[in-house]
Design a protein around this ligand. Sequence first.
Ligand code: EPU
Length: 339
Amino acid sequence: MQFIPSADLTPFNTFGIAARAEFMARFHSADDLRTALNTPELQGKPRLVLGGGSNILFTRDFPGVVLLNEIPGIRVVHEDDTNVFVKAGAGVVWHQFVLHTVEKGWSGIENMSLIPGKVGAGPMQNIGAYGVEIKDVFHSLEAMRISDGEVITFDREACAFGYRESFFKREGRDRFVIVSVTFRLKKAADVVNTSYGSIQEELKRAGITHPTIKDVSNAVIAIRRSKLPEPSVLGNAGSFFKNPVVPIAVADRIRADHPELVSFPSTDGTVKLAAGWLIEKAGWKGKRIGGAGVHDKQALVLVNHGGATGAELLELSEQVMRSVREQFGVELEREVNIF
Ligand code: EPU
């Protein structure tokens, strides 16, 4: 365990916001984490667990200890004729894990290629992209209970996954640290999910008619690179807001004025609206306030053009939310965690 007082958080958040933590503890195993939690200097201090720092906006210095999850390792724990159960340390970089599974010919997470962050953060907010969410391939996870250091196994039901939601984002918040995640993948490199329109377009463009998981992974990488800024080039935390889920009547009201509204109906009488579309229609795409901006290729993404503070990005997000409320009567909810 590495223990660092007055740590610079700039390299540890993908927005690239300059903030400091009173202490940082970098841990590489569950035992290491237990040691960190028992360190006398850290008792009673606020704690914040960071993986890749790709879903967080710092608006101030953190007056406590930032626990940096660096638990490594990928191994097969079980397999049968069709499935392979793969366990990954929470500190493994998500995209490295995806590439490893694609290389092995195990299908299930290729649509989630290039999502920033680490494995442990995946179940926290049930990450998803291009028609697949973690919950679809999730088997179980191990998390340390902070109060007594015990490692507890959670199955899918116990994680209570929802759209960018889980037990760990709600009741379990600040009570557990995820140490490993086990995925149930398929031993078939040709079982693919190409339901998402832009994947079909990209495969067509590349002239691929019978895609393998490698082809789908490459297509997703190409789509993401074309729309989503690379954090090392332009600081960002992916989608800043969730796509709002509204009653059908609300979608119908907006569609009356805007027949081109982008929405995804579900079976329970609600409709998911594309927040990027709402924000773009409200006139924010490509706009800047100082160093804080709305990305010019995907309006759901806020970016740090350089030197933005967390407070400026937060203020920009509030202005965007106000516009969308005033123009469409729809409340946006932030996906990114604010500190
Ligand atoms: N759109 C616009 N203008 C924009 C952005 C989007 O009109 O500026 C429209 C697009 O034309 C499209 C629709 O909105 O018809 C959906 O856009 P896109 O496919 O880019 O996906 P999204 O709904 O904006 C979600 C996830 C992303 C994920 C993509 C692909 C959320 C909050 N975001 O974005 O996840 O990569 O789908 O599956 O659900 C993230 O969570 O950080 C993230 C990047």
